[in-house]
Design a protein around this ligand. Structure first.
Ligand SMILES: Cc1cc2nc3c(=O)[nH]c(=O)nc-3n(C[C@H](O)[C@H](O)[C@H](O)COP(=O)(O)OP(=O)(O)OC[C@H]3O[C@@H](n4cnc5c(N)ncnc54)[C@H](O)[C@@H]3O)c2cc1C
Length: 329
């Protein structure tokens, strides 16, 4: 039997197919296996942009045993699964997701540290919010990943997306990553992990449960000062009051996607209740009640217009779950 843990480019899913995946027996086993699960849960409540139809099921495993139990049920029932973090780089189709969404925020949220002479080694579990990790670094005087200040999301999502700014990427500070592959737990050393721009080339079925980081000691006030500066800059240049999912498009080599969109005259472009931010053209904001189709419409329009005016094809950076289109990577 083969578990199908979907990638962001998941095939279109139809809620009508729900009965095929979830029998009463499946429901019973899932409810027995995890302490926390929700049925027919709107994904708009689990994405920072606030769109997305219902997930047939979302589970919050309390630890490795519950995670493995859920995976075992998915294996045996051939039920698709998809792991999410805080949904800050995620767009879920209006038709939702017919499968199990796995959220590690409840059971995988510990941080531990080990001191050596001049380095500190951290182990952060996947469900730890990135901002909590930042506060931990300030409290314990740990420097290196200040550039992540202001990037929302979880440690798991940050690793999976190789989060960063400019030339700084989180994977440059990672020593190893622990994953669940199939039902096995494996720790992979950094040198054995291929990374790319905003991506980590793990197997599409891997679930990251922990990351090891190597940081250096520094003065807490200096670290906090650097983070404050970066957050201040974000507030000036990015929409932070409206719902969004970060940068929609990857920066093509040598170009800024935001600048290309701006130059194509698309700042402020609106479809339904979604709009290209006036503040930063690589952000789409939800004005209230936007649907994923509104956002998809803007993505299609941007790709077409930038290609026509600049001859450059933009690729989405946000992960598109359950969406279709020639532009889906
Ligand atoms: C206002 C704003 C500003 C942002 N600025 C930046 C920025 O400057 N730089 C930047 O890099 N990003 C930025 N982002 C995007 C986003 O915050 C990051 O990509 C973040 O790391 C995603 O984490 P998440 O937990 O929300 O992941 P999600 O959005 O939930 O998931 C993203 C992807 O990661 C995968 N994933 C999540 N958890 C796991 C896991 N445990 N194991 C395996 N795969 C997993 C998901 O399957 C999905 O494919 C911004 C977002 C917003 C809303």
């Amino acid at each position: 039997m083969n578990i199908s843990l979907d990638s962001g480019e998941a095939q279109a899913v139809s809620l009508n197919a729900q009965a095929v995946y979830f029998t009463e027996e499946h429901r019973y086993s899932i409810e027995k296996s995890v302490s926390d699960c929700l049925w027919n849960e709107p994904m708009s409540l689990h994405t920072s942009i606030g769109v997305g139809g219902e997930a047939a099921c979302i589970v919050f495993p309390s630890g490795i045993k519950e995670l493995k139990d859920i995976l075992r049920i998915a294996y045996s029932g051939n039920i698709p699964c998809y792991v999410v973090g805080k949904g800050t780089n995620l767009l879920v189709a209006d038709k939702g997701y017919v499968g199990i969404i796995i959220n590690l925020s409840k059971g995988f949220n510990k941080i531990a540290k080990q001191d050596s002479d001049d380095r500190i080694f951290l182990k952060a579990e996947a469900g730890v919010p990135m901002q909590r990790l930042m506060r931990y670094c300030i409290k314990h005087g740990l420097s290196g990943i200040e550039f992540l200040a202001g990037i929302p999301g979880s440690v798991g999502g940050g690793m999976a997306m190789n989060a960063g700014i400019n030339e700084f990427e989180v994977m440059d500070y990672v020593t190893d990553i622990t994953i669940v592959r199939g039902l096995d737990i494996k720790t992979i050393q950094r040198r054995d992990i291929n990374t790319g721009y905003r991506t980590l080339l793990l197997d599409r079925v891997d679930i990251i449960i922990e990351a090891g980081l190597s940081l250096k000691k520094d003065d807490s006030a200096a670290i906090a000062g650097r983070m404050r500066k970066l957050i201040g800059k974000r507030r000036l240049t990015q929409p932070f009051k409206e719902k969004n999912c970060g940068c929609i498009f990857r920066n093509p080599k040598g170009y800024s996607a935001g600048k290309l969109i701006d130059e194509a005259g698309l700042k402020g472009k609106r479809m339904g209740n979604a709009q290209i931010s006036e503040k930063h053209a690589n952000f789409i904001i939800n004005l209230g009640g936007a649907t994923c189709s509104d956002i998809k419409g803007i993505i299609e329009c941007v790709i077409k217009r930038v290609e026509e005016s600049k001859g450059i094809h933009l690729h989405p950076e946000a992960v598109l779950l359950g969406m279709e289109g020639p532009w889906v990577l």
